[in-house]
Design a protein around this ligand. Sequence first.
Ligand code: GDP
Ligand code: MG
Length: 292
Amino acid sequence: MSNMHKAGFVNIFGKPNAGKSTLLNAIIGEKLAIISPKVQTTRHRITGVLTEPGYQIVFSDTPGIIDPKYKLHEKMMSVVKSALEDADVALLIMDAKDSLQENLELFDSLKLKVPCILILNKMDNVEAADMAELLEKAKAWGKAKAVVPISARQQKGIKDLLAAIVAMLPEANPFYPDDTLTDKSTRFFVAEMIREKIFQLFEEEIPYHTTVIVTQYQEKETLTKITAEIIVTRESQKAIILGERGKSIRELGTQARQEIEKFIERKVFLELFVKVRGKWRDNDLFLKEYGY
Ligand code: GDP
Ligand code: MG
């Protein structure tokens, strides 16, 4: 028996919708990162800490790799770039149904300096024979230390993935106390949960023009009182979020409150306000205020 301890930083990269956030949640076993079928749901770098006997892994979920179209996008991509430089291991994840060649080109363009594992996600969507063929082709790329097929949604292949990661980790003492799950605050997650519901409930451009900030978070005797502001860029978007006689925002409030109650395991009183801040996505001061 040795008492060697391994610890390190592992960052998750991939195109939008590859399943990065779903993977992080599957590994940590808690819902840390918000998930939606729409692209660009993840805007921040979200850290999840996995502590097991003998090792600790600090995972970072990142926004999907995209071409910046506005300043918020630029901030999101600078998050990706900074994540490239400070990992011990990079996880390159792709949808197994997506083009292998396109993904490999993208991963090549990252010019990774750290060792990487290639993950073929959503294997639940692919026939076994096709999966075997894809696996062979992916191995032929030659740049990954391991190629691991998984289904993040069905939590399959996660053990093999963890074993591959641990084999590549440096010897080190843990960075965080062993009950730490994340470095982000509860307030942050509350805002993210409201944002997730907006992604799920509203169509087209609305979620992309919206951000959420928690302005009040008070622990009362029997419940937690939370006030949040939903920031949009136009009056017309505010009207849609409010809905006829406030119907839509009530639905949003109910769904978000239930999600938050599950997360903090307390009753919640949630108050939502909608504010119009034209061009917040292109305004450095607003971006800073909203945590980007
Ligand atoms: P991200 O943009 O890379 O963070 O992707 P998400 O984790 O938000 O997932 C994008 C979409 O893919 C969501 O609808 C997920 O439910 C779905 N998804 C993620 N992992 C799997 C998987 O293993 N199998 C299937 N069928 N769908 C998945
Ligand atoms: Mg994501």
